[in-house]
Design a protein around this ligand. Structure first.
Ligand code: CU
Length: 106
């Protein structure tokens, strides 16, 4: 009987722990292709990271205003940012007028 109680307690603790562990932060990818951010709008969870990759032969950058700005990225180069606070973050490429994107953090 005592052993059964012990096992039950152990299983209960396991279940509680499984729900207590927060969801893993994810990394999302945005491509810079044909002078556009793809996808142009992306929804992520607070704590997630977004990695931009320049898939164009020309230079691009990622300017998130107050949050930060990447250096000029050559083809194949990447820039990453982690979004900790919920909100809507518009960003642009300073090199190409009209090249803009949006990250929505939930
Ligand atoms: Cu650009």
């Amino acid at each position: 009987m005592e052993m059964k109680k012990l096992i039950f307690l152990f299983l209960t603790v396991l279940v509680v722990l499984a729900f207590a562990v927060p969801a893993q932060a994810e990394t999302h990818h945005v491509s810079m292709k044909n002078r556009a951010f793809v996808p142009q709008e992306l929804t992520v969870s607070a704590g997630d990271t977004v990695t931009w990759t320049n898939d164009d032969p020309m230079l691009h950058d990622v300017d998130l205003g107050a949050l930060g700005e990447s250096p000029d990225l050559r083809k194949g180069e990447t820039y990453s940012m982690t979004f900790d606070r919920p909100g809507t973050y518009d960003y642009v490429c300073n090199i190409h007028p009209g090249m803009a994107g949006k990250i929505v953090v939930k």
